[in-house]
Ligand binder design. Structure first.
Ligand code: COA
Length: 258
């Protein structure tokens, strides 16, 4: 599957690169091509000295429905340099501040990518979920490491084993979200915060982020690699294929044989 150039919009102004997920008719689900664009954009933003912060935003109605299920069925990522893994590596290791604005559903990687953002602003319609088990899969983006750390083990188990969604207020309570705001204002508030960051000395931002994250990158990348190997294998197994086929056929999955 190929992404149209409009699936991801990139705009740099006032030191902030704004990345907008713009495939709203498919709920901003992410294709291979979109992951490649995201990874390339982060690499450019890292290299460009005039970029001091990155804002990742979706639509007022939806942040992202996660991986494009049809795309994953057709081309399950296997190799470590698959676009999805390149994106995850880039977002985990990104040295400059990353801000996210989240409205509506944030499913799967739509939620797990937020563990790697520095500031997260959520519309009061935001709904976070990590339904990997419901899809016959396992966590990705180092969420098996970071969710228990952030949410506490039992809340993480509810989110990761049961796949239960949690809303913006609950996400703020556990510290995944900085502030809950009206959806109509979310992108503008996040943009204003990103511009505040962009007005600060870049070297201080980079050094402070590095120090805050010191010692975390290596275990995160190690866990991502382990999760990625399991995720890639499980994508090809019957439970995931049943879950994905059921989604495409708009019916409930039948896991009785799995
Ligand atoms: N991959 C591919 N297509 C997707 C998608 C995904 N992850 N999520 C939504 N879409 C498509 C739907 O197939 C539908 O396409 P169609 O109009 O051609 O039929 C369109 O986007 C609208 O989706 P729909 O389910 O009708 O919207 P909704 O508002 O009722 O529900 C969601 C929104 C996000 C709750 C729901 O789409 C959903 O649960 N998506 C799957 C999430 C998921 O399991 N992601 C994978 C994580 S690994």
């Amino acid at each position: 599957m190929s992404a149209t150039p409009q699936d991801i919009l990139v705009h740099t102004e006032a030191g902030v690169t704004t990345i907008t997920l713009n495939r709203v008719d498919k709920k901003n689900s992410l294709t291979r091509a979109m992951y490649a664009t995201l990874a390339d954009t982060l690499a450019q933003a890292e290299a460009d000295a005039s970029v001091r912060a990155v804002l990742l935003q979706g639509d007022i109605t939806v942040f992202s429905a996660g991986n494009d299920i049809g795309d994953f069925l057709a081309q399950p990522p296997a190799e470590q340099d698959a676009p999805v893994f390149r994106f995850l590596h880039a977002i985990a290791a990104f040295p400059k501040p990353l801000v996210a604005a989240v409205c509506g559903p944030a499913v799967g990687i739509g939620t797990t990518m937020l563990f790697h953002c520095d500031l997260v602003y959520a519309g009061d319609n935001a709904a976070f979920s990590m339904p990997f088990v419901n899809l016959g899969l396992c966590p990705e983006a180092a969420s098996s490491l970071l969710a228990p750390r952030l949410l506490g083990y039992h809340r993480a188990a509810e989110a990761l084993l049961l796949g239960e969604p949690f809303m913006a207020e609950a996400a703020m309570e556990v510290g995944l979200v900085n502030r809950v705001v009206p959806p109509t204002e979310c992108n503008a508030i996040a943009q204003a915060q990103a511009r505040k960051l962009a007005a600060k000395p870049l070297s201080s931002l980079i050094e402070t982020k590095r120090l805050m994250k010191k010692g975390m990158l290596e275990p995160v990348l190690e866990r991502m690699a382990e999760e990625g190997a399991s995720f890639g294998r499980m994508l090809r197994e019957p439970a995931a294929r049943e879950a994905f086929t059921a989604f495409m056929e708009k019916r409930r999955p039948d896991f009785s044989a799995h």
